[in-house]
Design a protein around this ligand. Structure first.
Ligand code: PRP
Length: 218
């Protein structure tokens, strides 16, 4: 076994807490101050691991370049970033979906504009449907675009639906379900196969256990 700590890229933000809880359940001794810390690299020597806290969209980049051996990332980001990484496991956390939304009185126009954080995913989706649209890339607060007249529709993540509702928008079409995934660097997956596979199996056991608990509650 290599002595170098296994580097794990974690997304700061809404996935983070659920991912930390899942890793703890899988027996990884993440310190209590893990969530509160402002540190960007958190070593966990007991587990011979270190965690990199990155912006969610950058997680696949750290993993592709091998700075991180593995990472946790939303399927939405994974599809948009198109990085050369292995997708190892659906972690079944941070469930949401990617949808087309707009104002309730939205009507098709000749040259529709779609605002999104996911230009590649959105372009591919509309192309497949034979719809010609102009895709406008935004970096956040996507719901603003139809309200102020920047775009006719948006392609964005819907979780609770509150942001749409509070901004007077409606979901027009559900495009796909999204959850977080465990990804691995392709070289690390060969070189540190035992450790990474152990992590995948441990996480999978927790996910299956959770399902059993839910089923027995029925
Ligand atoms: C995401 C997404 C929506 C919102 C959906 O934004 O882009 O705006 O969450 O969540 P809801 O259905 O529970 O309201 P995020 O909070 O990541 O911030 P952003 O606007 O900067 O993208």
């Amino acid at each position: 076994m290599s002595n170098k700590p296994l580097m794990v890229a974690m997304p700061k933000g809404r996935i983070f807490e659920e991912a930390v809880a899942l890793l703890r359940k899988a027996g990884y001794p993440l310190p209590p101050e893990f969530e509160a810390s402002r540190k960007l690299i958190i070593p966990v020597p007991e587990a011979n691991m270190a965690f990199i806290l990155a912006k969610p969209t950058d997680v696949p980049t750290y993993v592709e370049y091998g700075v991180a051996d593995v990472g946790v990332v939303g399927k939405d980001v994974l599809l948009e970033e198109e990085r050369e990484v292995y997708e190892l496991l659906d972690l079944e956390i941070s469930f949401c979906h990617l949808s087309i939304a707009g104002l309730p009185d939205w009507r098709p126009t000749l040259s529709p504009r779609v605002a999104t954080k996911y230009p590649k995913v959105a372009s591919a989706y509309f192309r497949k449907q034979g719809q010609q649209v102009e895709v406008i890339k935004l970096n956040g607060s996507i719901e603003l675009a139809p309200i102020v007249g920047l775009a006719d529709r948006i392609v964005d993540i819907v979780s609770t639906g509150r942001t749409l509702q509070e901004n007077g928008l409606v979901e027009l079409e559900k495009m796909m379900d999204i959850s977080s995934r465990l990804i691995a660097n392709q070289v690390s997956y060969r070189m540190r196969h035992t450790e990474i596979e152990e992590m995948r199996v441990r996480l999978q056991e927790v996910i299956l256990e959770g399902k059993h608990v839910k089923n027995s509650e029925k």
